[in-house]
Design a protein around this ligand. Structure first.
Ligand code: ATP
Length: 363
């Protein structure tokens, strides 16, 4: 299984810089997701790894072998990179049965029938479509078509699977199921998977590593947990999380963080006592709570909205110019227009430099 290394990789389309001087190491056996808003350069990066797009500059190696080098103009064609590609559109042959679609890459290679049969049957079992071999693509559900497309790539025994938004055509329920199955598949095969999505939940639930991109630039590479808890900057912090993170301008010194206009003056816990200067305080909605009484970690505000959401209640409290998102337990008794004390669990706070937006404590 290969490690993929991109060094100073750039791709421009005319005046558009789609990928800007990208350095990336995709570890062997990882489920590595390229995540970011539309147009950030994820697909272009994937296509350069696959060999479908020629970089403007830089070096790409797969398993120690240079597949692209702009200085020597080394270019290994896609067919010789031993990668499997699964795209958003499954591109199944409509006139071929499921079995023939999956067997197609082996048929092209003129593999003996017996070997072909053994491999196709094995992958069909792996992606749980045994019994569908005689059907045609139009007789399948979206999820089944997606599995056939996946099986067609797995059957080739490619070292590396590249996937570009493969679940985006499925309905919510199927997406959930396929997420679990892709994760299981990765666990079972240990294959390196490079996955492109703009869906942060998809990235968080399946990946071992996430690379966050914006405007062609890489902002952070880390585990899903670290991306969530230790975002490199305010862009990553805001991009990740179902309910947006709360970002509040403040200044810190001597173990106190304050914002006079908000009448906010909070005592920092020991682990954050050294934070000082002008900062942007980042609080995830689940780290804010409604308190019964004021304390050294509360700020007073007014309840703007109360949205019960089944297992939890989403509350918005206005404090000066800020509307803070709070995730509270189900059944809390609170109403719009009431005064409320918002308790800050500052042990879980994230502090960013107020000017650059860079996480002060990441490292
Ligand atoms: P999406 O999630 O919308 O697919 P993305 O993050 O995958 O977006 P890319 O498709 O890699 O983004 O595109 C990055 C930038 O490069 C965009 O500004 C896009 O318009 C531009 N771009 C991509 N392909 C081409 C092309 N063939 N010609 C010109 N510009 C292109």
């Amino acid at each position: 299984m290969p490690e993929i290394v991109l060094k100073n990789v750039t791709k421009t389309f005319g005046s558009v810089c789609a990928v800007d001087d990208l350095d990336l190491v995709i570890p062997d056996g990882s489920f590595f997701t390229l995540l970011g808003p539309s147009g950030c350069g994820k697909t272009t990066t994937l296509r350069m790894i696959a060999g479908l797009e020629k970089p403007t500059g830089g070096v790409i190696t797969i398993g120690g072998k240079t597949v692209f080098d702009s200085s020597s103009w080394t270019i290994v064609p896609p067919g010789k990179r031993n990668v499997g590609l699964v795209f958003q559109s499954y591109a199944l042959w409509p006139h071929m049965t499921v079995w023939d679609n999956i067997a197609f890459p082996l048929t092209v290679k003129k593999l003996p029938m017996e070997e072909r049969k053994a491999k196709v049957d094995a992958v069909m079992q792996q992606v749980q479509i045994t019994g569908l071999g005689k059907r045609y693509p139009h007789e399948l559900s979206g999820g089944q078509q997606q599995r056939v497309a996946l099986a067609r790539e797995l059957v080739t025994g490619a070292d590396l699977l590249l996937m570009d938004e493969p679940l985006s055509n499925l309905d919510a329920q199927l997406r959930l199921e396929m997420r679990a199955e892709l994760k299981k598949l990765h666990r079972n095969t240990g294959q390196t998977i490079v996955y492109v999505t703009h869906d942060q939940l998809e990235a968080m639930t399946m990946s071992t590593h996430i690379a966050i991109m914006k405007d062609g630039l890489l902002h952070q590479v880390a585990s899903p947990d670290d991306i969530y808890c230790k975002p490199a900057n305010t862009f990553v912090a805001e991009f990740i999380g179902g309910l947006p993170i709360n970002l509040i301008e403040a200044s810190a010194s001597g173990g106190i963080i304050e914002n006079e206009q908000l009448h906010m003056r909070l005592e920092l816990p020991d682990i954050h006592k050294t934070v000082k200067g002008k900062v942007t305080l980042g609080m995830r909605p689940e780290e804010l709570r409604i308190a019964n009484a004021p304390s050294k970690t509360t700020v007073k505000g007014t309840v703007d909205s109360v949205l019960p959401a089944g297992s939890e209640v989403l509350i918005r409290v206005r404090i000066g110019e800020y509307g803070l998102n709070i995730k509270e337990r189900r059944g809390i008794s609170i109403d719009m227009g009431e005064e409320a004390y918002v308790d800050f669990n500052l042990g879980e706070a994230v502090f960013f430099d107020a000017d650059s937006g860079v996480n002060l404590l990441a490292g």
